[in-house]
Structures are given as C-alpha cells and as structure tokens.
Design a protein. Structure first.
Length: 184
C-alpha cells in the first residue's frame, strides 16, 4: 500500500468510532502518556491541537497547561514554528488547525518531548506535507506517537522513506510500544 491508500484506510477505520468511543479512547491513551518516564521528566512539551478526525488532545492540553509548559505548532510556509500555548490566543490557521498567535517562537532544542500521531513501527503517515519530518530532522528530542487502536498497522505496512522521522514510543488506548530505546 502507498501512503495515500493507508490514509484512506485509516480514515475509514476512524469513521467507525462513535464520538463517545473516540473520547474514551483518547482519555485512555493520554492517561498512558501521563505514566511514561518521558512525560514525567518533561517540562516543555510540544503537542498537536487535534482536528475532529484525530485522537483528541484537547482535554489533555487543558489538564496539563498549568503544570507543564505546553507548546503548539504553527505552519509558516513549508515549516512549523513552535509557540507557547496559553489557551487564549488560538486561531484557525493552515488546514483549519487551531494555532497559537504571537511572535514568541521557541526552537526545538528548548522542547523536552514531542507528542504526535504515528504507527506501530514509529512511522508517521501524517497528511502528506512533511511538516513534522522537517521539524524533527536531526533532533534527538524524545518523540511519542499517540493514536487510536484502530490506527495501528502491522509492521512494515507504512513505507518509510529516508526523510521520515520515527518516534521512540507509540501509545494507544490499550498499549505502550517502545520503538527505539535511547541511551541513558
């Protein structure tokens, strides 16, 4: 399967989730994230502000915004900028994703943990624009992928290309999968 076909398959699988089931899966997955060593150590966390068809990050962001320093990405041309989340200055940006406003961007080197959506081998299908691959290229920041159970694909299904950046851990509502162990 190519990435376009995989995106269609995943979209169809996610469409079968009822809103209440999707919310419960999101809560379970993010609870698993809260119990990881990476999350426990992290003070500065880059998250995604979920679209309606993604595992919802909104409750999690609201819960942790006071205890951890949270950041969200903003599309700027071909790249992502990283801005602090304050809950007040979000506006629909590129692709109708809520993005922070302002000019107080930070670099990826200031981030302890990145949370995005990935597959069982740690490869991201994404939406085909390569924003996260460009942002994460060359960085050793801890990366955790978080997805619905129905989004997990068998190892080797997603064709990984040289520029694709894998994550260290994938979390679903029912599993925490270590993809790449980092040296301590």
């Amino acid at each position: 399967m190519d990435k376009r076909e995989i995106r269609s398959l995943i979209k169809a699988r996610k469409a079968l989730l009822t809103p209440s089931a999707a919310l419960m899966e999101a809560r379970k997955a993010f609870e698993r994230l809260e119990h990881t060593e990476q999350f426990g150590k992290a003070r500065h966390i880059l998250l995604y502000h979920s679209l309606p068809d993604e595992i919802s990050s909104r409750e999690f962001i609201a819960k942790w915004a006071g205890d951890k320093r949270l950041y969200l990405p903003r599309v700027n041309g071909e790249n992502l900028e990283i801005l602090p989340y304050d809950g007040m200055t979000l506006r629909p940006g590129a692709y109708s994703i809520c993005e922070p406003e302002g000019s107080d961007t930070v670099t990826l080197s200031e981030i302890d943990l990145v949370v995005v959506a990935y597959d069982v081998r740690g490869n991201r299908v994404g939406r085909g624009k390569g924003y996260y691959d460009r942002l994460l290229s060359g960085s050793e920041v801890d990366k955790i992928g978080i997805v619905y159970d129905c989004q997990l694909l068998e190892a080797g299904i997603i064709p990984a290309e040289n520029h694709d950046i894998a994550v260290d851990v994938v979390i679903t509502p029912s599993a925490t999968l270590t993809i790449r162990r980092k040296a301590l």
